[in-house]
Design a protein around this ligand. Structure first.
Ligand code: MRU
Length: 345
């Protein structure tokens, strides 16, 4: 792990971006050093770093690199070169709004820093990216504290995908809520959905919880409903990739089934996410772009093909859970209860 004992999936060292290569977990903890915008784009696209807030932070550092790269162009090309880099970063993954949010912040900085000399301007961009990282960790700790109120002592909590420290600047959103409850001395047991096709639950969430000594059990995704029926799950909490003004929430594919199953069994379904995940520019989840990823994620587990050659594949990476299925959305500002109206804030 890095300098601190806490999990930090993306951070800066000097003018380089350091990323824990999440594709190698849980077998290996290896870091990549990235020094160009193109390298950061490739790392986001290939999921070296993943999880909405972590993608946003990676993009912010990528945009800081873009400031340096753009300023090396002839003065007249400077802004268009910077914009091209932002477009490249934005195109890496479409669903998590944190990416666009972070890029807009660095763009605003660029526009407001015309009077600075090149080196001061670049320094300011790195400081802003670092602030975006630090603010995210603080937001997760705050939302964790708020959300811990929703976790009764002795509860069995289901989570889907990885919304932990690995998916954020650190501490985690859904896992931040669980971590905070455990820090308060509550006994919590976590049911971890493995999360096909990329297995973020099995590879990442189980790794984080084991590392932190939080009681958990890994299940395959199709087991959750029967555990609910048997009374072995008390509530579910997940992260989010984009939350519309009405509370409709995009998250990892399979989250919608978790919410529907919670409704069927009378269990609360909660979402935990920083405010940077709320997209106030869209009214409902219908406007959320859903990323489709390569067929090999479904045809293979690791290196092993699990279906016939040539079979047709559909692989949407996210789904949208209707606001009416969500009992609360927890952010650093507190616990939002339905009806949600984020556009009105
Ligand atoms: O495809 P991924 O691994 O980037 O998807 C991640 C998720 O869906 C997470 O649950 C979501 O980003 C919340 S992360 C705090």
């Amino acid at each position: 792990m890095n300098r601190t004992d806490e999990i930090r999936p993306v951070y800066a060292e000097g003018r380089e971006v350091v990323m824990l290569d999440q594709r190698l977990l849980p077998e290996r903890e290896a870091f990549m050093l990235l020094s160009t915008v193109d390298e950061v784009c490739e790392a986001i696209r290939t999921m070296v770093v993943r999880g909405a807030p972590a993608i946003g932070i990676a993009a912010a550092f990528g945009a800081a690199l873009a400031v340096g790269e753009a300023q090396k162009c002839a003065p007249c090309d400077c802004f268009s070169s910077f914009e091209k880099s932002l477009e490249k970063l934005k195109a890496t993954r479409p669903t998590a709004v944190n990416l666009e949010w972070a890029l807009n912040r660095v763009r605003e900085y660029w526009l407001s820093s015309r009077n600075l000399d090149a080196s001061a301007r670049e320094k300011g961009a790195w400081e802003l990216a670092q602030r975006i990282l630090d603010d995210d960790v603080a937001a997760n700790r705050a939302l964790g504290m708020h959300g811990a109120e929703l976790i009764p002592d002795g509860s069995n909590v289901l989570t889907h995908c990885n919304a932990g420290a690995l998916a954020t600047g650190g501490y985690g959103s859904a896992l931040g809520v669980i971590r905070a409850a455990v820090e308060q001395g509550k006994k919590v047991h976590v049911w971890v959905d493995e999360t096909r096709p990329r297995l973020q639950g099995a590879k990442l969430t189980a790794w984080e919880l084991q590392r932190d000594g939080i009681n958990h059990t890994l299940i395959s995704d199709n087991m959750a409903a029967s555990l609910m029926k048997a009374g072995r799950i008390d509530l579910a909490v997940t992260g989010a990739d984009r939350i519309a003004s009405n509370g409709d929430t995009a998250n990892k594919i399979g989250t919608y089934s978790v919410a529907v199953n919670c409704e069927k069994h009378g269990l609360p379904f909660y979402v935990a996410a920083p405010e940077s995940t709320i997209d106030r520019s869209i009214a409902t989840g219908q406007e959320i772009p859903i990323e489709e990823r390569e067929a090999s994620e479904v045809t293979h587990v690791g290196e092993t093909r699990i279906c016939p050659e040539g079979v047709r594949i559909y692989n949407p990476a996210f789904d949208v859970t209707d606001a009416e299925l969500i009992g609360a959305i927890v952010t650093e500002k507190g616990i939002h209860r339905p009806p949600f109206a984020f556009g009105a804030d």
